[in-house]
Design a protein around this ligand. Structure first.
Ligand SMILES: Nc1ncnc2c1ncn2[C@@H]1O[C@H](COP(=O)(O)OP(=O)(O)OP(=O)(O)O)[C@@H](O)[C@H]1O
Ligand SMILES: [Mg+2]
Length: 229
């Protein structure tokens, strides 16, 4: 579904992603795990087209995305839930969701969105800025879903969110994934959440993948060591 090859990304002179490659199968779910500043956001923003890559390739269902603008990548099937959620605080919940529908043919927000996130229905006329962190996260996920992504990408979705809501979000993502059939990439530092939603775990350190595990044989201690030292 997604095939990333030898991706190199710089901030000015600073070489931040080094020859990163990853493959994601249809309906597969992958967690990118690593401590602060290791390159998770840089990788995800490069996939989405918010940062340019110096070299490499990013193919979605055989289509090359490198060099394409963000909105073109969204149209091709990339959905993105940014770190910090980045909802529009002065727009209503409904208006926020509609910003994700600019290139879709349907005029109305699909019913399934409010079935999965009933709180968004209750709050549909409230301003996004008045929602709690967990509600904003659900809103950011809804906004990404309405473009019908083939690959949904979430950057540290548990950051600043209380544990009970984290569980709800994991459950909603798992059901959505099953029902809608998209693949998932999530960056995370919380292992329990990563294990709840992802089949495979890649550890990133200083812009390189240094270790990989799959759910069936996962060595939790080893992953935790990468996350805490
Ligand atoms: N706009 C920028 N200009 C220059 N350097 C940057 C910029 N953004 C990030 N960096 C650097 O790139 C590296 C990777 O940062 P990145 O934000 O991708 O990390 P991260 O894994 O997402 O961290 P966190 O868990 O804190 O979100 C860090 O060394 C960071 O200081
Ligand atoms: Mg980050």
């Amino acid at each position: 579904m997604l095939n990333v090859n030898e991706l190199n990304v710089y901030y000015g002179q600073s070489h931040v992603l080094r020859n990163l490659s990853l493959q994601l199968a249809p309906a597969e779910s992958l967690a990118i795990m690593g401590r602060n500043g290791m390159g998770k956001t840089t990788l995800l923003k490069s996939l989405v087209g918010m940062l340019p890559a110096r070299s490499g390739s990013i193919q979605l269902a055989g289509e090359e995305l490198l060099g394409r603008k963000s909105y073109q990548r969204v149209a091709a099937g990339i959905g993105f839930v940014p770190q910090g959620r980045m909802i529009f605080p002065l727009l209503t919940v409904e208006e926020n969701i509609r910003t994700g529908m600019e290139n879709t043919p349907e005029p109305n927000i699909p019913d399934y969105i409010f079935e999965y996130f009933p709180v968004l229905f209750e709050m549909r006329r409230r301003k996004g800025g008045n929602l709690s962190g967990g509600q904003q996260q659900q809103l950011a996920i809804a906004r990404a879903l309405v473009s019908n992504p083939k690959v949904l990408i979430l950057d540290e979705p548990t950051e600043g969110i209380q544990p009970s809501i984290i569980k709800d979000i994991a459950q909603a993502l798992n059901k959505l994934k099953k029902e809608r059939g998209f693949s998932l990439i999530v960056s995370e530092q919380v292992l329990s959440f990563a294990m709840a939603v992802a089949d495979r775990y890649l550890i990133i350190e200083k812009g390189e993948f240094v270790h990989s595990e799959v759910r069936e044989t996962v060595d939790r201690e080893r992953i935790l060591r990468y996350l805490t030292i």
